[in-house]
Design a protein. Structure first.
Length: 191
């Protein structure tokens, strides 16, 4: 029962004090679950991130569900997920009930401008941490550079590309790399 309460409180804290959505939360999730509590390893966090991005639902909630399941099976997944969702739900509900023109309040509008800048920094921080801890080879480096370049071109020139197409391309490239690695591994072993 103690782990369920700890999962709930940990993810409620992440959900309550992280603005900017799932990608901004990744850095805090990694810091808390990998470095501080040691519930998962860095490699598991990398895998969770990939799986959470490719499954339906917000990435931070998917990460919380996975970590909760790993630590406490189905009840752990439920408590971690509920902990991640509850703060946002309560905050948005209170805003919708009590403030008709919430963003017209000057200090709140200014606070959200500052939060926008911080969110970008949190996302970059999460990406840099993941890249630093990854064992890079030539193939991974080329993929990172090409992906970053493609993202910049798409954003700068406002190219409308379906995320489904991007995911399919990534899947094809990843599967092709796997097949090539398997084939070269078998040739080296003489099979």
């Amino acid at each position: 029962m103690r782990i369920l309460a700890e999962l709930f409180l940990t993810f409620a804290g992440i959900g309550a004090f992280t603005f900017g959505g799932g990608y901004a939360m990744l850095s805090l999730i990694e810091h808390t679950c990998v470095e501080k509590k040691k519930w998962i390893t860095h490699d598991e966090m990398m895998n969770i991130t990939v799986i959470a991005e490719s499954t339906p639902g917000p990435i931070a909630i998917n990460c919380a569900t996975y970590v909760g399941y790993k630590k406490g099976k189905l009840p752990g997944a439920i408590f971690a997920t509920f902990g991640m969702i509850l703060p946002s739900f309560v905050i948005i509900y209170l805003i919708s009930v009590f403030f008709d023109n919430f963003l017209e309040i000057t200090w709140i509008a200014n606070a959200f401008l500052g939060i926008k800048a911080a969110v970008g920094i949190l996302i970059v921080d999460a990406a840099v941490k993941m890249i630093k801890k990854e064992k890079l080879n030539a193939f991974k480096t080329v993929i990172i550079v090409l992906t970053f370049t493609a993202m910049m071109i798409i954003n700068i020139f406002s190219v409308n590309v379906s995320s489904l197409i991007i995911m399919l391309i990534a899947a094809i490239v990843g599967f092709s790399a796997f097949l090539i690695k398997e084939k070269t591994g078998k040739e080296k072993s003489g099979q």
